[in-house]
Write a protein that binds this ligand. Sequence first.
Ligand code: AR6
Length: 171
Amino acid sequence: MINLKISDITQEDVSAVVNAANSSLLGGGGVDGAIHRAGGSQILEQCKEIRATTYKDGLPTGEAVVTSAGDMKAKYVIHTVGPVYPSCADRCEELLTNCYVNSLKVARKLGCTSVSFPAISTGIYGYPKDKAAKVAYKAVQSFLETDDTMEVNFVFSSQASYEIFKNSIYK
Ligand code: AR6
């Protein structure tokens, strides 16, 4: 099931919230800053551990890793790195698709029943919201064809972003 909603992603009561991180995994602005502030220092500690072990050179664009969600209601944070637009060039769609699919694969492995996504790359990373909406929706819809037990929420911080997404996916 796919839901669209206007909310602050840090308040989601779901198995996992997805973070629009950067490859350093050490925090930033936007959703990333909000998640680290709401979840507390546990998240950063676990991100540092991932950097010290599995991803010494940083998390590549399109990949996903998990930490706990600290003080948030969610159980997990799945961190993924969206493509930077337009320097992603002819790989923008592929890389943004990877973010959604790899995050959902991590969620499935963890036994998550509900996952909330922000509109990855559509803030600081500059991906046009209408184009990103089509890619995001298609990626999630195809994934759910193989796993229809998962509830996936697209969470928007404003009515305007919500409207752009809703209007783009049906075109
Ligand atoms: N809940 C839901 N959506 C939000 C929230 C929130 N609390 N806050 C912002 N948005 P962005 P990116 C929307 O910039 O483009 C960070 O510095 C926002 O309006 O968070 O992938 C990272 O460390 C926008 O539509 O992520 C990276 O360096 C969308 O979420 C970089 O930003 C994503 O905006 C990643 O940039």
